[in-house]
Design a protein around this ligand. Structure first.
Ligand code: SAH
Length: 358
């Protein structure tokens, strides 16, 4: 009988940027090179858009070889690259363990905003969202979060720069703060992307203790809370984890965040026709937020093939905005980007998973 081939999992080399600046400097020194070489390597990654370690031509060959032996640069496989007519671009990436994640680049006149994922799948189960339909598989590592940013950065042309980052892709960011914060800090640092903390927004389903933990870090990252309903009865139906949390506890945590950081909190509210878009919902929401320094971002429901929710009409949406404004609450309606590609978070991954044999 022929022996079965051994099932050897290929050794996974960590991404170079899985290490922070100090970590890479320490690694260089341990490998017999001066610490400043780490800054040079990071400049190639974050500023000079290198696609391969071999391109880093002013780094000594011996160091490049040592780096290649120990680290990877962009190990994820690009499975899909969609480009919409408004030049929104979306990548579906496959990770070493066969899991899929997605990330998006959105272009506006003076902005290049990217949207990134923090988990494979999501445990929150929001009923209108494609990301949670298959549950949570695992957290992403810092390197996996940063690879999305760097791969999108490589889609930009010379002279174009990432100006804003929204952590609004697949997953619940505050459930993976351990990987997320080092990634965002790298984006924020001068030797990283050098992107102002105020240009980075973390969106959460509303986990009170995690909101406080984030506030305590004393960073200037923006916080957006996905409220979606002005009362617990409705929110429990739309955001099942609310059952154990409640709107009051979220608003209290948001108040603490504001007190501690001085940053105005944004409340996201996905508009679902006939579900949470009644004038009375707008009034109730306004009353709850009236005493607060808040901003409401209304998101018309982005269609998901297997879900029945739809966005309200434009006049209905305008009415919602007007009611909020009549109470002095600033409100904006999120512009739809990438309408002709599967741009709502989680849709591309869902399609990919559905096609695969179980
Ligand atoms: N877990 C985080 C990040 C999720 S994605 C959170 O809950 O905030 C960012 C935003 O998109 C959230 O407000 C989310 O509720 C919203 N969203 C999810 N699916 C949507 C859809 N199909 N249409 C419009 N918005 C959606």
């Amino acid at each position: 009988m022929t022996p079965l081939p051994l099932q050897v999992t290929p050794a996974i080399k960590p991404r170079v940027y899985e290490l922070d600046a100090a970590g890479l400097a320490a690694w260089c020194e341990a490998a017999g090179f001066p610490a400043y070489r780490a800054d040079q390597i990071r400049r190639w990654i974050f500023g000079r858009r290198a696609n391969d370690i071999a391109e880093m031509h002013d780094v000594p060959v011996a160091l490049r070889t040592a780096l290649s032996n120990n680290f990877s640069l962009f190990p994820a496989r690009r499975v899909q690259h969609q480009v919409a007519s408004d030049r929104t671009e979306k990548l579906l990436l496959e990770l070493h363990d066969g899991q899929f994640i997605e990330c998006v680049l959105m272009r506006e006149t003076d902005r290049r905003t990217i949207c990134i994922s923090t988990q494979v799948g999501c445990a929150m189960g929001c009923v209108f969202c494609a990301s949670g339909l298959l549950g949570l598989k695992r957290n992403l590592t810092t390197g996996e979060i940063l690879e999305q940013v760097l791969r999108l950065d490589r889609l930009l042309q010379k002279g174009e720069q990432i100006t804003n980052v929204v952590v609004m892709g697949i997953g619940e960011p505050l459930a993976n703060l351990k990987s997320l914060i080092p990634a965002l800090d790298t984006l924020n640092e001068k030797g990283g992307l050098g992107l102002g903390a105020r240009r980075i927004t973390i969106s959460t389903v509303g986990l009170p203790e995690k909101i406080r933990e984030l506030a305590q870090l004393d960073k200037q990252y923006n916080l957006a809370i996905s409220l979606h309903a002005p009362n617990d009865e409705l929110r429990n139906r739309l955001v099942p984890v609310n059952d154990k949390i409640g709107v009051d506890a979220i608003l209290e945590a948001a108040d603490d965040f504001f007190t501690m950081t001085g940053r105005r909190v944004t409340y996201e509210y996905v508009l679902l026709s006939g579900v949470n878009d009644e004038p009375q919902h707008a009034r109730q929401l306004a009353k709850r937020l009236q005493s607060r320094v808040a901003h409401v971002n209304l998101i018309p429901m982005n269609g998901v093939t297997e879900l029945e929710f739809v966005a309200p009409t434009a006049p209905r949406t305008d009415e919602f905005v007007k009611i909020l404004e009549s109470f002095g609450i600033p409100a904006t309606v999120r512009k739809r980007k990438g309408a002709d590609i599967d741009a709502a978070c989680g849709q591309l991954r869902l399609a990919q998973e559905r096609e695969l044999p179980v």
